[in-house]
Design a protein. Sequence first.
Length: 407
Amino acid sequence: MKEKEKKELEEDLDARGHCVEEEDVLCMCKLMERVKEGKVPKDPTYYYALNGVKSLTRVVCAIPYWREHNLKRAIFCHSFRLNDEYTFRDVLPYFTFVWTNKRKGMVPAEFEGLWNHFPSESALTQKHNLARHLREYTRANPSAENVHPLTWDLGDTNQFLAWKKLFETEERPIFIVKPVNSSSGKGIHVVETFETIKEHYPEFSRTLGLDQHLVQRYIRNPMLIENGYKFNVRTYLFIASLSPPIAYFHTGYVTQAIVPYDLSNTTNRMGHVSSTALQKTHPDFETKRESQKWSWERFVAELVAQGRFDSPEDFVETVEKEMIRKIAHTVKAVLPTLLKGYKRGQFAYYGVDFLANDENEFFLIEVNKAPSATSSHNKEKNLVLIPSLINEMVSIVYEIEKKRKAG
């Protein structure tokens, strides 16, 4: 572990009255040195190994919890390779709990411990797969019709041609194009003409479409906050078990665009895509940082002040319960696919994003497989919130596994 990273970790833990012990936290390469030298106990009391620690430091603030609940040999890993000589698989036998940012190729099927991913979760987290599953599910379940905006896979010939016909016949077509497997607003553009699409995506073909991209009906009348700004709502989904299905919803936060919404100017992404990663590129971001990310409580209070809801309790009954219903439909839509390769002990934590229109309808936009475990914004709150969330998740998974083993 680099000195700077260890110092940051020590500061985070020290704020809670805990110190970092040499045996508590090891960088992965250090662990491999001990493996080579035969110095790793067969059943160590506690082992917490890190790789890519910069992005997971806050997670390790949960160490006091691991000790309290006797969780041994936990690993928090970001990158696939440790160095030129060792890979993740080389150290896996020394651990019983694995938390990784990545899914593909990380944990082999024979691993018997707890892991925070499902092997087939791309059905949920890749935008075109999610749209396809919801489209098929809605045919048999009409009540799920408004879960997701109308979406077409530009890499699917039939869907592309259906969308193209609509695009060519509408008086003022406005759609939003997105890569199927990206996040943080990367590669997203609002489009009104074929020329605009070609400008942003040179590989686009008016006869063949655009592989690895989808297009959605753009919400022209979005709900606005702070007198005219568009926003994105982040909530959390925790799936503790797939068999039987056990899932939990948690409220999150709101990210606001720092440029006022203007439908007459769809070329300025700053007013249409409120992702923090994109908004950070605006020259005024630092001066407007505090207004860019809202707490859930502030967001609800704003909508009550606008007269959209009578009270925070009314918002819970109207919106939060509707969000839960739409997330439940989404999980049911992908469940048969998620069960492929599923093993007991696997669980997952996702970021679920919603957009709202001016009629108080909230639409599920996408599901993110690796919601950030750290944040440079509102650091003090995250130091409390994130370990608390992770502690609750692991507690639930452990309770489920204990009951399963007890029969």
